[in-house]
Design a protein around this ligand. Structure first.
Ligand code: HEC
Length: 309
């Protein structure tokens, strides 16, 4: 292929928005994350903005594999997937690595850690629905690790993965865990999600119950993070992600926690546009008189608009 043919292929790929091969981030890739970058996907284009500018990922605790299983935060919070991870990316990694990518680690990449390795059936919730196992301690513990006496009991009614009633990982098992299965929430726009400024009081408006307290500042927090609000701040969240998903036994240093928090607060994601959209235009059409008064004078165009750039 001559020089011009190569140029033409790259120009065409750019124009049609086909995913560039380097859009998957492996831990320790060490390439910088630009201040603003766009990615194409099946439903349009998304943009990832870093309000603090270009991010040097070399040595950055969000981008480096810190624990023994080879994962980094970026493994499950990929820029090209709007700082989450898509089902397509999970499937591609399975094919490209024959199921050995760190995202398939036994701890939470299998339906239950004791299922056989590299067997699609063991990873069916991740491969089919993008769900990672979240192991919650039973009985629950507070941020300081102190057991909370629950005011209710829990019993297993149905257990398709076998994990919740198993002898090791089950509720009554040796480890006393409750396994729930969840999608990674995007590690972006967190400046707003985790904000505890305006409107945060010692009581939760909806329930009148006491709000959780930030262990660093002793101030109440908004309790908007995670599906169950179990993490109070970005720092406590990063610490438990490091222990859980990265299997880091010693936890993270204060400096690493601050860098992760600062990155999470400066990283924003947005949908640049949808590939298919229904348009409405201010033109009259033939059926105008047959319409309700509030729709007259407006043509609702049912054409599908396809944008490729
Ligand atoms: C194996 C995949 C995986 C890895 C690795 C991982 N996460 Fe997550 N992350 C998740 C899942 C799943 C959730 C949702 C958990 C829930 O709701 O219980 C989540 C949720 C979050 C949230 C909550 C966002 C919100 O809006 O509530 C933040 C912040 C986050 N992760 C940051 C991190 C950081 C920082 C690291 C690295 C220390 C990390 N994650 C590593 C899978 C992962």
């Amino acid at each position: 292929m001559n020089r011009w043919a190569v140029f033409w292929v790259f120009a065409t790929l750019g124009a049609t928005g086909i995913a560039a091969p380097d859009q998957w981030w492996n831990p320790g890739d060490d390439r910088p994350l630009p201040a603003y970058v766009e990615y194409a996907n099946a439903s349009g284009r998304l943009g990832v903005l870093n309000a603090d500018g270009l991010v040097t990922t070399d040595g950055h605790p969000f981008f480096e594999a810190l624990g023994p299983n080879g994962r980094a935060c970026v493994s499950c919070h990929q820029p090209a997937d709007a700082m989450s991870i898509s089902l397509e990316s999970i499937g591609s990694r399975w094919t490209a690595t024959d199921g050995t990518d760190p995202i398939f680690a036994a701890v939470d990449g299998r339906n239950c850690p004791n299922l056989p390795a590299r067997d699609t059936a063991s990873h069916s919730l991740l491969l089919g629905r993008g769900l990672f196992r979240i192991a919650l301690p039973w009985p629950p513990v507070d941020a300081a690790g102190k057991t909370i006496e629950p005011e209710f009991t829990i019993e297993v009614v149905r257990d398709p993965t076998g994990c919740n009633s198993g002898p090791l990982y089950g509720i009554d098992g040796e480890k006393r865990e409750i396994s729930v299965y969840r999608r990674p929430r995007p590690a972006a726009n967190l400046r707003y999600v985790a904000s505890s400024g305006f409107g945060v009081s010692p009581f939760i408006g909806k329930t009148g119950m006491l709000a959780a307290i930030d262990p660093d500042t002793s101030r109440p927090v908004n309790m908007n993070m995670m599906a169950d609000a179990r993490e109070v701040t970005l720092k406590t969240q990063a610490m438990s992600a490091a222990r859980g998903h990265l299997e880091l036994t010693k936890g993270l240093s204060e400096q690493a926690l601050n860098r992760i928090r600062d990155f999470s607060c400066s990283c924003m994601r947005h949908r640049r546009f949808r590939a298919r959209a229904v348009c409405s235009m201010s033109l009259t059409d033939r059926q105008d008189s047959a319409r309700p008064p509030w729709l007259r004078g407006v043509t609702v165009c049912s054409a599908t608009i396809r944008r490729t750039t």
